[in-house]
Design a protein around this ligand. Structure first.
Ligand SMILES: NC(=O)c1ccc[n+]([C@@H]2O[C@H](COP(=O)([O-])OP(=O)(O)OC[C@H]3O[C@@H](n4cnc5c(N)ncnc54)[C@H](OP(=O)(O)O)[C@@H]3O)[C@@H](O)[C@H]2O)c1
Length: 284
C-alpha cells in the first residue's frame, strides 16, 4: 500500500521536480556584471548579490583586488569571474561583453557602478581629469547599457542598476562636472526604463548620498567628508537597498531618510535657492 502511494507521488511530483530543477539550473547560469567591483559600493553589491546566490562577473582596473574579492566570494557557492578593464578606453565595454560571450556567461543583470569625481572650481581644476570624470560617469555607463542590451539574451527578464548619486538632484558648485554627469545618468535611467518596459527590462537608478568608501580620496574631497562625516552611510546598506529596489522594479532608490528629504527639497525649491545652499555644504 505504502509502495503504491510512494509511486503515485513520484509520478505526480516528477514534472514539478524537473520544472524546478530546470528553473534553478537556468537561474544559476545567469551572471550579474558589476563595474567598479573592486572597492566601495560595487564590492558591497558583489557581496550582497553573492548572498542572494547570483553568479558574478566583476570588472575593474585592479587585477589584484578583483582576484582577492573573487577568492573571498568563493565560500558563497556562486561562480565568480573577473575581467580587468579600464572603462576610459573606448572599446572596453565591447571587450567585456565579448569576454562574457566567449565564456558562455549569460549576463542578465548589469550593475553600472564604476564612477569618479573631482573636487574644485571648474576653471581651476585639472581639465583632463574633469573630462575623464564625464567619460567614466556618462560615456562608459551609456556604452555598457548599450552593449548589455545588444549582446545579451532579450528573451529573458533583464536588469540594469545605475549607480547615480544624490548629486543628480541639484547643480553642485565645486562639483559641477560630477553633479551634471549624475543628472545625465538619472534622466538616462528614467527614460531608458520607460522605453524598455515592454521589453521586460527593469531599470533602476540608485542615488546614495555620502557613502563610506575610498571614493573621496582621489576626488580631493577629504575635507568635505570630515565636515559631513555624520551623514555618511555604509556601502552594505546602499548595496542592499539598491538590489532590493531593482528586484522590485523601482525607478529610483535614495537610501536614508535625510537623503530622501534632501532630494525632495531640491525638487520643491527653485535652483536659485538650492544651489547656493548646496555650494555651502561642499565649502571647506
Ligand atoms: N561614495 C559616495 O559617497 C558615493 C555617493 C553617491 C554615488 N556614488 C557613486 O557610486 C559609484 C561607486 O563609487 P564608490 O563610492 O564605490 O567609489 P570607489 O570606492 O572609489 O570605487 C570606484 C570603483 O570604480 C572603479 N573604477 C574607477 N575608475 C575606473 C576605470 N577607469 N575603469 C574601470 N573601473 C574603474 C574602481 O576600481 P579600480 O580602481 O580597480 O579600477 C572601483 O572599483 C560611483 O559611480 C560614484 O559616483 C558614490
Amino acid at each position: 500500500m505504502y509502495e503504491n502511494v510512494f509511486s503515485a507521488l513520484q509520478i505526480i511530483l516528477k514534472p514539478f521536480f524537473y520544472f524546478y530543477a530546470t528553473l534553478i539550473a537556468t537561474l544559476t547560469m545567469n551572471y550579474t556584471l558589476i563595474t567598479g567591483a573592486s572597492k566601495g559600493i560595487g564590492k558591497a553589491v558583489a557581496f550582497e548579490a553573492a548572498d542572494r546566490k547570483m553568479n558574478l562577473l566583476l570588472v575593474a582596473r585592479s587585477k589584484d583586488l578583483l582576484e582577492q574579492l573573487a577568492s573571498e566570494l568563493s565560500t558563497k557557492n556562486v561562480s565568480v569571474k573577473t575581467f580587468v578593464a579600464d572603462l576610459l578606453e573606448d572599446d572596453a565595454p565591447k571587450k567585456i561583453f565579448q569576454f562574457a560571450k566567449e565564456n558562455s556567461l549569460n549576463v542578465n543583470m548589469l550593475i553600472n557602478n564604476a564612477g569618479a569625481a573631482l573636487y574644485g572650481n571648474f576653471e581651476d581644476a585639472d581639465f583632463q581629469k574633469n573630462l575623464n570624470v564625464m567619460k567614466l560617469n556618462v560615456d562608459a555607463c551609456v556604452k555598457m547599457a548599450y552593449e548589455f542590451l545588444k549582446q545579451t539574451d532579450a528573451s529573458q527578464r533583464r536588469y540594469i542598476l545605475n549607480t547615480v548619486s544624490l548629486g543628480a538632484y541639484q547643480p553642485l558648485p565645486t562639483m559641477a562636472i560630477y553633479a551634471s554627469s549624475k543628472a545625465f545618468m538619472l534622466f538616462f535611467s528614467r527614460a531608458l526604463r520607460q522605453e524598455l518596459k515592454p521589453k521586460n527590462v527593469y531599470v533602476t537608478a540608485l542615488c546614495p548620498g555620502g557613502v563610506e568608501t575610498e571614493f573621496f580620496v582621489p576626488a580631493g574631497l577629504g575635507k568635505v567628508v570630515e565636515k559631513n562625516a555624520r551623514y555618511m552611510m555604509g556601502a552594505d546598506r546602499v548595496a542592499k537597498e539598491g538590489l532590493d529596489a531593482l528586484m522590485k522594479n523601482k525607478s529610483v532608490v535614495i537610501p536614508g531618510f535625510i537623503n530622501k528629504m534632501t532630494a525632495l527639497v531640491s525638487k520643491l525649491f527653485p535652483h536659485d535657492i538650492v544651489v547656493p545652499v548646496a555650494g555651502n555644504v561642499y565649502k571647506t
